[in-house]
Write a protein that binds this ligand. Sequence first.
Ligand SMILES: NC(=O)c1ccc[n+]([C@@H]2O[C@H](COP(=O)([O-])OP(=O)(O)OC[C@H]3O[C@@H](n4cnc5c(N)ncnc54)[C@H](O)[C@@H]3O)[C@@H](O)[C@H]2O)c1
Length: 435
Amino acid sequence: MKIAVIGTGYVGLVTATCLAESGNEVVGIDKDAAKIAKLHAGGLPIYEPGLLELVQRNRRDGRLAFGTDLAAGVRGAKLIFIAVGTPQGADGSTDLSAIHAVGDALAAAVAPDAVVILKSTVPVGTNRRLAERMAKTAGRPIEVASNPEFLKEGAAVEDFMKPDRVVVGVRRPETGALLRELYAPFLRTERPFLIMTPESAELTKYVANAMLATKISFINEIANLCEKLGADINDVRRGIGHDQRIGFHFLHPGPGYGGSCFPKDLESLIHQARTVGARLHIVEAVDRVNDQQKKILAEKVKQHFGARLAGKCLAIWGLAFKPRTDDIREAPALEVINALLDEGVKLQVHDPEALANVKAVYGDKLRYFDRPYGALEGADGLILVTEWQEFRHADFDMMRRLMTGHVIFDGRNLYDPKTVAAHGFQYYGIGRHLS
Ligand SMILES: NC(=O)c1ccc[n+]([C@@H]2O[C@H](COP(=O)([O-])OP(=O)(O)OC[C@H]3O[C@@H](n4cnc5c(N)ncnc54)[C@H](O)[C@@H]3O)[C@@H](O)[C@H]2O)c1
């Protein structure tokens, strides 16, 4: 099948590549000429494990191409995916300007039998409004389906190739059948293909993210209570997680959630509810708890150093909003950096993939290190924010030699407090019992 994907960011590039990998002829289109130039040069504009090899192979085999010209790219395409960004607007609403710009361009360019598919996360009703808008511009009806994406950055290729489920929102059964055929290669292990109305599909995406964010804020709030009551969140987690109705997934305490989805999608859902006169009390609380949680690491640092904080040098390990990505949108590490720069702290930072993105924001306000132990030299303490795999087995003896001060703020509870203490470090975790 001939397919076009508009937007070659984290979602669009993975979608285009995986659809090419399953034998389709795919063109990825982006208005950002620098991104397309990078792809033409054989590189990737983002870091996503396993993606580069797939892009290169499918380009070489002639199934995957990229360009900036939308009209040329969608010519002859039967399916056109929209995967452009849908950021948060000033009032919590969703900024749909990119969706509208693409819709207007498509209305003039798509073939009469083409189906436009909204993969971007969009408020309920966007499908209907976009179809109306495009029909008006084109002077004929244009079919618009919804197909929200559930992939996780850091495991995006695997998630697309082996989804837990595929959700599509369609108004005509024929479109559902066409999309079922498209996704069949990815659903061979009996994964469900769920057909519903576009409105239900649009809402499903927000509800999934709200549920996941709820689990995070819930366990973070309980972790903070553990500290006050002298309990240990690791024990409590184990105690509840073995209950099969609860389970272990997404119940890891930390410095709050970030990323390009949860924060803006929760704001959007809250806003959508208010627009129809409803309040989502739980989701609003989840959002508030997270705002507080993102401050917690910097607060622990301030409490530890007290009046001696200004002028100290601290190392930060992990800047991306989660491991295995270079994405720093709404990353908790940025909150830590901002708070400590305000206090006059010197920061030496390391991340395996996100350094360039952080440098683009902070320039010479920070010192950047390609290697984790480089960032520790002369540091008065270490703050671990993002749990990259390589931080799990730390060499505490070497750390002790390199660092001037011996305190670790472990934002992900990676280390055993007793082991850390045995190496002469003071330890702060999230919700840990330390005696
Ligand atoms: N990142 C995720 O993990 C994830 C997961 C599921 C859903 N989503 C949703 O998918 C959508 C895309 O997210 P993303 O993270 O890939 O965003 P992104 O910012 O990485 O990529 C969006 C791309 O769209 C391009 N673009 C914007 N306007 C354009 C236009 N008029 N014509 C052509 N290209 C245009 C941008 O240049 C950019 O490359 C969002 O709605 C997001 O909420 C994201």
